[in-house]
Design a protein. Structure first.
Length: 271
């Protein structure tokens, strides 16, 4: 597992290095990320990607993208935290959108990353910031947003996250990981022979769950749904019914892997 994470971390660092290699590469990355944004046919918009670095502190780093930004985090062999912030502003004219965008500030420290900008805007004017972070592989993070997805990969540490309207994707994680979404699916990829750390506890109120588990994996698995279908594509030995809920020791058991939904289907499969 450590070798796999090392390879992934190296590839993540290589991607980051290419993005920072020069004006052409950085400009292309900005164009690609901004091109994904849509502000509607009745409004104009402006988009900009800003890059900054933060030296990690001894405690937990909080990333706040509320209310309307997404957060992506990837482990990297860097000694610092590379932050790419995509700022988007909309208004009735492109000039006004640019004025709003220019007034947005991305504030950063070893404890918190967030944005501040114009308040009390007219109904047809808005701004939001999404974040893409490359962090040391061992990091403690708290990620928060309201309307946006959360994606974390190749990080080991104390990880907390919460969103209201957005999906969650987790892969290659370890440590003590806990998170919630109210309206969005949960997609989890486990790796290695077992979980390294206290465990994983993730839940959604309204959304499907997809959990992929390596062959031969050892853990205490708990998953289920209140309203939705349930499917597991490999044999397990359990007592009682297995139509909506599964609690079972995989392999020789181990840390708790808990992934649940209230309203949505559950699919558990081998990788």
């Amino acid at each position: 597992m450590k070798q796999t994470r090392t390879i992934r971390a190296f590839l993540a660092a290589l991607v980051a290095a290419v993005a920072l290699a020069g004006p052409t590469a950085a400009g292309q990355a900005q164009d690609d990320w901004c091109a994904r944004e849509r502000w509607g046919s009745d409004r104009e918009g402006a988009c900009e990607v800003r890059e900054l670095t933060v030296m990690p502190g001894a405690g937990m780093l909080t990333v706040d993208a509320a209310p309307n930004g997404g957060i992506t985090v990837a482990g990297s062999p860097r000694g610092d935290v590379l932050v790419r912030a995509r700022i988007v502003a909309t208004a009735e004219t492109e000039q006004r959108a640019r004025e709003i965008l220019d007034a947005v500030r991305v504030e950063s420290s070893a404890e918190r990353i967030h944005a501040e900008g114009p308040t009390s805007l007219p109904r047809r004017e808005s701004w939001h910031v999404s974040y893409d972070l490359a962090v040391p592989p061992q990091s403690s993070l708290s990620l928060n947003t309201t309307n946006g997805g959360i994606n974390i990969r190749d990080v080991e540490g104390r990880l907390e996250f919460r969103t209201v309207n957005g999906g969650v994707k987790l892969s290659g994680l370890a440590g003590d990981v806990r998170g919630r979404t109210s309206n969005g699916g949960v997609d989890v990829d486990l790796d290695g022979p077992t979980w390294n750390g206290n465990g994983l506890d993730v839940e959604t109120s309204n959304g499907g769950v997809r959990l992929r588990i390596p062959d031969g994996y050892s853990a205490r698995l708990e998953t289920g749904t209140v309203n939705g279908g349930f499917n597991i594509d490999f044999p397990v030995t359990v007592q009682g019914r297995m139509d909506r809920e599964l609690k079972v020791d995989l392999g020789s058991g181990g840390p708790l892997i808990r992934v649940r939904t209230n309203n949505g289907g559950v699919r558990v499969s081998r990788r």
